[in-house]
Write a protein that binds this ligand. Structure first.
Ligand SMILES: [Zn+2]
Length: 77
């Protein structure tokens, strides 16, 4: 399975939750890149990835980003 097929089978619609004010809003993640920062629509706080997380979806989203979802079905040599 290549990366494109893997991404196509992944969940692309995530719901982000602001840790500052608790606001939740839907955000569709890009298929070919991670997203490292966004602004909360509720309080305008800038959200950046938590330590050890690759992007804001993995930090604040309801689902992880496609690369992480794909890693769960791959086996390391
Ligand atoms: Zn907020």
């Amino acid at each position: 399975m290549n990366a494109t097929a893997c991404a196509a089978s992944s969940e692309m619609a995530s719901t982000l939750t602001c840790p500052n004010c608790g606001w939740s809003w839907p955000l569709t993640m890009p298929t070919d890149a991670c997203l490292w920062r966004t602004a909360c629509p509720g309080c305008a706080a800038e959200l950046t990835p938590l330590p050890g997380r690759c992007c804001i979806f993995c930090s604040y989203g309801s689902v992880s980003c496609p690369p992480v979802q794909c890693q769960t079905v791959e086996e390391s040599p």
